[in-house]
Write a protein that binds this ligand. Structure first.
Ligand code: SAM
Ligand code: SF4
Length: 447
């Protein structure tokens, strides 16, 4: 049996996908991927540094590997954003780490692991654009496909541009080839990935725009197309129209907002204001009445007053997101906001986080209850802990399915119940392919 490797991942979907690439590279080189630290000869942590909490969690797990190392030989490697930012300081400061790698250059990992058997080593490739990947995918239903790497936006709180380098678009023909390949292999859904997918092609105009790419990806015939993340400064009517015109592009938009206060948005260097954000969500819903928005919010950014925070509360009231991801601000190394005093007390951050979450829970429940009595097309994606099949509606709502279905099936579910995080109902049969976007719009609310 080959050397056994366990990969643990923290952070966003882009990190999850990079771990699929790492698994692909190592499998091609004869390594065997295993599920747990206890089974592994080599442990790889693909770490996140976006928030302090994520970083602390990785350090907690490093302690667990150090315990294992006292019992038997295990090699530990740390990479991703965390490896890229800390570099060889990790080797100097943490005795249990054997090798460090960065956010790119994964093809060199087999050689790096071999080297680490003889000496502790850090090898950071420049954040270059890697355009050909071997991928060992976690899901047999949804295939993640990178369309941009890095980010050039420099939001003042964010470490990503320092960890991942400037935004680079992946050549369009490679993206389309990968999506075609997923179609051939029976994948039902593709998720296009980038820190700001809307800016695709702005660095390489010959690749065409994001709206053009979206239309071409949809034309491959893959049954569903999703994409994340969108940036409010770059979303446009052209993109909304491209979404609306291809019936297999899902009516869900993750449009990270961060704050409802213009002063905070300016301090965050987001390059849009509250009115623009609201105007864009209104326009999206005018073009696609059933468009479901989700967002990211930060509470307790330096200088955030009660009035700033109330502006965030009124924004979630106004937009009525399906899902909100909210984080307490934490200063990150190298970023501009780390130079500002982190002056919102921890207790106030906590209170603001609770307020957003509890109001959003009510909004989600109210929004979800609009679907009771409707029939939704659901792509079955997994089995819940209670043994129920679950999947997603076109607009990304999670649907628990009562009845017989297999992973990757498209089924029609009659919605009978709702909770804060999901809908539930009975499977009526296989999906009707026609007019799937219309099926779950609510004629009474006009959305
Ligand atoms: N590219 C995406 C965008 O523009 O929204 C998001 C990428 S970032 C990896 C994911 C989320 O982490 C951000 O949307 C933000 O809400 C949160 N985040 C980033 N830096 C943070 C910080 N210093 N403190 C708290 N949350 C942070
Ligand atoms: Fe970070 Fe802003 Fe880039 Fe998103 S757009 S990755 S928040 S710098």
């Amino acid at each position: 049996m080959g050397t056994r490797v366990c990969i643990e991942t923290w952070g966003c979907q882009m990190n999850l996908h990079q771990s699929e690439v790492i698994a692909g590279v190592l499998t091609s080189a004869g390594y065997v991927i295993v599920d747990s630290l206890e089974q592994a000869d080599v442990v790889i942590f693909n770490g996140c540094m976006v928030r302090q909490l994520a970083e602390e969690k990785v350090f907690g797990r490093i302690g667990a590997v150090a315990d294992e190392k006292r019992k038997r030989p295990v090699l530990l490697g740390v990479g991703g954003c965390m490896g890229q930012i800390h570099g060889d300081a990790l080797i100097r400061r943490v005795a249990s780490i054997d090798f460090v790698f960065g956010a790119s250059g994964h093809h060199a990992l087999p050689a790096l692991i071999e080297q680490a058997k003889g000496q502790r080593v850090a090898a950071l490739a420049e954040p270059i654009f890697e355009s050909e990947w071997s991928v060992q995918r976690q899901s047999a239903v949804t295939g993640m496909v990178t369309i941009t790497e890095g980010c050039s936006n420099f939001c003042s709180y964010c470490i990503v541009p320092y960890a991942r380098g400037p935004m680079r678009s992946r050549p369009r023909d490679l993206i389309l080839k990968e999506v075609d390949d997923l179609c051939q292999r029976g994948y039902k859904e593709v998720l296009l990935l980038g820190q700001n997918v809307n800016s695709y092609g702005t660095d390489q105009p010959s690749y065409g725009s994001f709206a053009e790419l979206l239309t071409q990806v949809a034309a491959t015939g893959i049954r569903r197309v999703r994409f994340t993340t969108s940036h409010p400064k770059d979303i446009s009517e052209t993109i909304f129209l491209a979404m609306a015109q291809s019936p297999n592009v899902c009516h869900h938009l993750h449009l990270a907002c961060q704050s409802g206060s213009d002063d905070m948005l300016r301090a965050m260097n987001r390059k849009y204001d509250r009115d623009h954000y609201i105007a864009m969500t209104d326009l999206g819903r005018k073009i696609m009445p059933d468009l479901n928005f989700s967002t990211d919010l930060i509470v307790g950014f330096p200088g955030e007053t009660d009035a700033d925070f109330e502006a965030t509360m009124t924004l979630i009231e106004r937009v009525r997101f399906g899902t909100v991801f909210v984080a307490k601000y934490s200063p990150r190394p190298m970023t501009r906001s780390a130079e500002l005093p982190d002056d919102v007390p921890a207790s106030v951050k906590e209170e603001r986080l609770d307020r957003v979450l509890s109001r959003q829970r009510m909004i989600a429940l109210e929004e979800n209850s609009r679907f009771v009595g409707q029939d939704l097309d659901v792509l079955v994606e997994g089995v819940s802990r209670s043994g129920l099949m679950y999947g997603r509606a076109d607009d990304h709502r999670t649907v628990m399915c009562l009845g017989e279905a297999a992973l990757g099936d498209f089924v029609v579910v009659h919605v009978e119940g709702t909770s804060v995080s999901s809908l539930s109902g009975s499977i009526l049969g296989q999906e009707n392919l026609e007019g799937s976007h219309d099926r779950h719009s609510d004629p009474e609310s006009g959305r």
